[in-house]
Design a protein around this ligand. Sequence first.
Ligand SMILES: Nc1ncnc2c1ncn2[C@@H]1O[C@H](COP(=O)(O)OP(=O)(O)OP(=O)(O)O)[C@@H](O)[C@H]1O
Length: 437
Amino acid sequence: MIAHNVTGPLLAVVVIGLTGQVLRVVSPKFGALVSVEAERSAYLRSVHSRLITNAEEIAFYGGHKVELTHLEAAYKSLVDQKNRLLCQKLWYVVLEQFLMKYVWSGTGMVMVSLPILMASSFKSGNGTDMAVSDRTQYLTTARNLLLSGADAVERLMSSYKEIVELAGYTGRVSSMLDVFTEVAEGQYTRPSITAKYTIASGTVLNSGDGSIRLCDVPIVTPTGDIVVGSLSLEIKQGEHLLITGPNGCGKSSLFRVICGLWPLYSGTLHRPKNATMFYIPQRPYMSIGSLREQVIYPDTVEDMKKKGMTDDVLMECFERVALGPLVTREGGWSAVADWKDILSGGEKQRVAIARMFYHKPSFALLDECTSAVSIDVESKIYQAAKSNGITLLTISHRPTLWQFHDRVLQFDGQGNWELKDVPAALVSIFHIINPLY
Ligand SMILES: Nc1ncnc2c1ncn2[C@@H]1O[C@H](COP(=O)(O)OP(=O)(O)OP(=O)(O)O)[C@@H](O)[C@H]1O
């Protein structure tokens, strides 16, 4: 009897001890693997959040290709690490499951069944003694029923949860695909939009002469506010336009409409077919990568090579914005750093302008992109841009920039606008004050 009482617990202690030892020996260094996985997962999240924060600037630059490359690289590195971890875990989990499921539960069964099977007498429901074989049958049936019942209930519960989750995800993906289809077909509508503009029914055409033309185009925000009711103007190549007006009057929004970031609710927009437009935002966007990649953005290094561009060309671009010494200071074109934090506000703006000299677009849309640059460097930049044949569309509050432009588009903040020539007298005054102008 004493032997029976001691055998069960002793067996349990031995099995627990053995299981622990085996798992400890076969367990690889999961700590290090999980730490690398967490690091890569955090990097992927940071690349995503960069994208969300700078979505508008990236869309203006057309930097989707480069950003997608960064995202895919971060995602692939995370997937590789997860696969490595799963492969390492496979054998561990197989052994662990085997030990837990069969060795441990088998020991449990032995422990439970010992008193039943080895007891000298065991009464049935009607008080008669049961044979060992009958007891075993009852024990096995009860065990099987219990295990199968628990299994079935668990499966039902987890299936319901999974189906509800799947329905949620499918609903999200389905509405996203609907929006993509509507946008592709130009039928994008927003329920909140003002009654006047319920559907984006404006026409976007290619202009044969390379100019930008807007005919009765309204500027409507995504929330449905009409910032400017109807705007008509033509910007020919070589005619530099300055855009001014109070804060929030719709200056940057005009660029959003011209570049196609906001829908054209009515009127006609002619965009140059064979001419390029390049936008430089108020907040300079610094991409991930080397100093070289900052200048060529949204090109990749392969694109740069295909275009036959060299580091000497990049240096010329940097010298035009008075940034030549920065290359040596930062350790050359291949230096990689968190440029958004390392460079000063003015330096970031000048790097963004150097991009314009690299890409040499037909039209440059400059959105207060020199606000942190000194006036003398700013003047040199504008002179250089004009002599490179770049047509400037500048948003600025600085009167010193008027003389680099031919016309001024002035918004009043009430939805009205006025287009006029830059007074010749003003240009002469600046020439007298500073011969650089
Ligand atoms: N994504 C958006 N969603 C909704 N409204 C917006 C959005 N972006 C801008 N607006 C609104 O559109 C109006 C015009 O904004 P915009 O950025 O064109 O002003 P701005 O003239 O460039 O001003 P600033 O001189 O301050 O840069 C503002 O009232 C602004 O609140």
